[in-house]
Design a protein around this ligand. Structure first.
Ligand code: PEP
Length: 253
């Protein structure tokens, strides 16, 4: 664990207006002030970014986006580029969340372009990977995840790989209240690190933060985070409640 940072990141999804974002972050700030080791990120809707960055000033909370386009600029109606995010003070960007893969046709190839564009522009990508329930039942979890990881990281240079955060999010655990057991989470995160070791060597693999995500909450966080290869969490529902998010951060400290 001392080789890498623990990162607790919230994913607000399509929730909160700018004024609500400001209020929630102001509520969180005093609760999160005692943090020592753990880095905190809130990934918010594009429209909340300005308000969130302003509200988070003077705290250790970094602001992230939930998606971005991989092109620099151009005729891509409705899309947002890394440059645009950067100028607002964004530090992280979620890439390939399962909801984007499922509802917006996000592919591994797409994720690869986004990961590279994020790194080129000084944003840290939080790359989400994970299996569906059917895939777990067919016992192909690691084949699926290894493919997701390998394609998404294609062409990412060894000196940049530490900037990437990987979030293991079993699809069956997201927003369902069904958490992976700490053993399941720990096992897959360890195998993801094995895959990273094959791709980038032991030293690099040791330095990469691998989060678990999927119904992580104030009650189960400590046990999940106690797994040696679980270096943080990507938190959906519980990141919309200041006390719950603070309790998860506390568990990571
Ligand atoms: C997520 O959206 O990344 C997530 C893990 O959601 P939840 O915590 O609500 O399951």
């Amino acid at each position: 664990r001392r080789y890498r940072k623990t990162i607790i990141a919230g994913n607000w999804k399509m929730n909160k207006t700018p004024s609500e974002a400001k209020a929630l972050i102001e509520e969180m700030k005093p609760l999160l002030s005692k943090t020592k080791w753990c880095e905190m990120v809130l990934c918010v809707p594009f429209t909340d970014i300005q308000a969130a960055v302003k509200a988070a000033k003077g705290s250790k909370i970094a602001i992230g986006a939930e998606n971005m386009h991989f092109e620099k600029s151009g005729a891509f109606t409705g899309e947002i580029s890394a440059d645009m995010l950067k100028e607002l003070g964004v530090k992280y960007v979620i890439v390939g969340h399962s909801e984007r893969r499922q509802y917006f046709n996000e592919t591994d190839e797409n994720c690869n372009k986004k990961v590279k564009a994020a790194i080129e522009n000084g944003l840290r990508p939080i790359l989400c990977v994970g299996e569906s329930l059917a895939e777990r039942e067919q016992d192909v979890t690691m084949e699926v995840i290894r493919k997701q990881v390998k394609i998404a990281l294609q062409g990412v240079a060894a000196e940049d790989i530490k900037k990437v955060v990987i979030a293991y999010e079993p699809i069956w655990a997201i927003g369902t209240g069904k958490t992976a057991t700490s053993e399941q989470a720990g096992e897959v995160c360890a195998k993801i690190r094995d895959c990273l070791r094959e791709l980038y060597g032991a030293r690099a693999a040791r330095a990469i933060t691998i989060q678990y995500g999927g119904s992580m909450n104030a009650k189960n966080a400590a046990e999940l985070l106690a797994q040696p290869d679980v270096d943080g969490g990507l938190i959906g529902g519980a990141s919309l409640k200041s006390a719950d998010f603070a309790a998860i951060v506390e568990a990571a400290n």
